[in-house]
Design a protein. Structure first.
Length: 201
């Protein structure tokens, strides 16, 4: 009886390890821009009975963590596949999952959105904090102006480009950069705009 229990436990562990290997390979294939490997590991997971909602969630996460602003459409594609799965269910939703996986695999890659929030949260945890600049504070309540709240705020839409140089970060963090765009895919235009703002600011 003990041997049977041990064998059963060992088989479960082996299956769990194999599952983790395939899931890891799927994510790395998407990140590595290999559509054939991505759709193969997707098929392997579905054939093994993996919860398709887990697969969809992983693709939604990857769309922001590994693609981000290089192809903002990828997040919409991943979320749409997750919604389609809930509406259609398997086996038909395999088509939606496959389409999303192939799109993510072939999308240009950038992890800068992920790095930005990770770095910003690390800064907050490390005590790198400061006061919100007075002109950014709410100035719509009685007595706010007397405190300087909202005074001097320059409304971006009053400017031709919809943008104006002014202080947004706390004084203690001025000049701190959390987001460093790549020049991959659509993020190149973001990098150009950020550079333009810095040069004209």
């Amino acid at each position: 009886m003990r041997e049977t229990i041990k064998t059963s436990k060992g088989q479960k562990q082996a299956r769990a390890i194999k599952r983790l290997k395939v899931v890891s390979a799927f994510i790395k294939s998407l990140r590595g821009s290999d559509p054939d490997a991505a759709v193969y590991y997707l098929a392997a997971m579905l054939e093994a009975g993996e919860d398709p909602r887990f697969v969809a969630r992983r693709m939604v996460i990857l769309a922001s963590e590994d693609i981000g602003l290089a192809d903002p459409q990828s997040l919409l594609v991943a979320v749409a596949a997750a919604h389609a799965l809930e509406h259609v269910g398997l086996p038909e939703a395999q088509l939606n999952l496959a389409q999303a996986a192939l799109h993510l695999a072939m999308a240009p890659k950038s992890n800068r959105a992920a790095l930005a929030i990770w770095d910003a949260r690390a800064a907050v945890r490390a005590g790198e904090v400061g006061e919100v600049p007075p002109h950014l504070r709410d100035g719509h309540y009685q007595g706010a102006a007397a405190l300087g709240h909202g005074v001097g705020y320059d409304y971006p839409h009053d400017h031709p480009d919809g943008w104006v140089a002014q202080q947004y970060l706390p004084t203690e963090l001025e000049g701190r950069r959390f987001y460093e765009p790549t020049r991959h895919g659509a993020e190149a235009a973001v990098a150009d705009r950020l550079q333009e703002q810095e040069e004209t600011g």
